[in-house]
Design a protein around this ligand. Structure first.
Ligand SMILES: *Cc1c(COP(=O)(O)O)cnc(C)c1O
Length: 379
């Protein structure tokens, strides 16, 4: 067994990218400038020419999309309980009411039947999340949105490089939000971008991004909406440009690693261990995460600790949002979303990142099999 610690995620920044960051730092202009404009242009081309604006996080992109859609107090927004808490926090941030719908046990994404059943007269928007980069059924999602006249803010934070029927996620649909946080498939250290429908929305996004300010001429300045301070720096954009150039390779490598996980574990793995693997999808998902739901006979902390003893890092994504104190205080409690609660208790993320190799996958599988088989014999 190898002695080096294998983390569950690690960014790869190449030397050319590091040099380009140095160039920005020496240029005399280190905040938003030409690199941001260049990054937005590249992203827009990739998303089929749709308008794109960058921000300093994937969280504020969603908050700004909600603001552009005019969503606020009295409005309900439906999302999944299995996501990073940011997904629901942004709904509270704009003063709207979060509503959850349980997840599908196979995809671990929001169950679209339950989503539709949760729609009321007050529902104004839905925020689907593509956990691990796996999209929901996009045709059904947009059919539901059209039927009930709802805005969609896609939390595609994990889904850059993912596709639906040959089209990249972000190249179609309503608002589509991506994160470039350090662990995401491509990173700007921290950052995000929002794909919008038209130039009018893009102009509003620019205002919300920087204090609500519009400028005209040499000294014309006006403020007519309440904006925040969410702009991306050229330092971050330079990292993003270097990463974006590798997107195709990164996605291909992750798909290769995911395939190797399935091949190494074999088709009897689930039956032998009681663990549940992710759906085998080598066309749509970018394999942001490789997530396994553990059998009930081993707790997640026990599994993580034992994997650590094998020098393997394990992450977990995510604890059910509705069971956090902030959400319990709003009336959510145990038993409301049983699938999310079971998955949220037992889900783990195995190592998955660009610089990993097939031997790392094999090492992880061997350790996991040992940990799960030993734990089954003990009981
Ligand atoms: C990373 C992530 C976010 C938040 O993005 P930040 O850039 O960290 O603000 C939101 N939702 C999901 C599903 C994420 O994975």
């Amino acid at each position: 067994m190898s002695n080096t610690f294998l983390p569950f995620s690690k960014p790869t920044i190449d030397e050319a990218t590091i040099a380009s960051v140095g160039d920005v730092l020496r240029s005399g202009w280190i905040t938003s400038g030409p690199k941001v404009a260049e990054f937005e242009k590249k992203l827009s081309e990739y998303f089929g020419g749709r308008p794109v604006r960058t921000f300093n996080s994937g969280t504020c992109t969603m908050e700004i999309a909600l603001r552009i859609a005019g969503i606020g107090p009295g409005d309900e927004v439906i999302t999944t309980p299995i996501s990073w808490v940011a997904t629901a926090n942004v709904i509270l941030e704009v003063g709207a009411t979060p509503v959850f719908a349980d997840i599908d046990p196979v995809t671990r994404n929001i169950d679209l039947d339950k989503l539709e059943a949760a729609i009321t007269k007050r529902t104004k928007a839905i925020i689907p999340v593509y956990l691990a980069g796996k999209p929901v059924d996009m045709d059904r999602l947009y059919a539901i949105a059209a039927r009930h006249k709802l805005r969609v803010i896609e939390d595609a934070a994990q889904a850059i490089g993912s596709t639906w029927k040959g089209k990249v996620i972000g190249s179609f649909g309503d608002f589509v939000s991506f994160s470039f946080q350090a662990n995401k498939n491509i990173t700007t250290s921290e950052g995000g971008c929002l794909v919008l429908n038209n130039e009018e929305e893009a102009k509003l996004a620019e205002k919300y991004r920087l204090q609500g300010v519009t400028r005209s001429g040499w000294d014309g300045i006006e403020v007519d909406v309440l904006g925040g301070k969410y702009n991306m720096t050229d330092i971050a954009a330079a990292i993003g440009l270097g990463q974006f150039a590798k997107l195709h390779d990164i996605t291909a490598q992750r798909r290769k690693l995911a395939k190797h996980y399935f091949a190494t574990l074999g088709k009897d793995f689930e039956q032998q261990t009681g663990a549940q693997l992710p759906p085998e999808d080598f066309t749509n998902t970018n394999w942001h995460l490789f997530q396994v739901v553990l059998p009930d006979r081993i707790t997640r902390p026990e599994f993580m600790e034992k994997m650590k003893a094998h020098n393997i890092g394990v992450g977990f994504h995510y604890a059910p949002i509705h069971l956090f104190k902030l959400y319990r205080a709003r009336g959510f409690k145990e038993g409301m979303f049983p699938v999310a609660e079971r998955v949220g208790k037992q889900i783990v993320s195995l190592p998955m990142f660009y610089a990993m190799n097939e031997a790392d996958v094999e090492r992880t599988c061997a350790a996991m099999c040992e940990v799960l088989v030993v734990s089954s014999k003990l009981r």
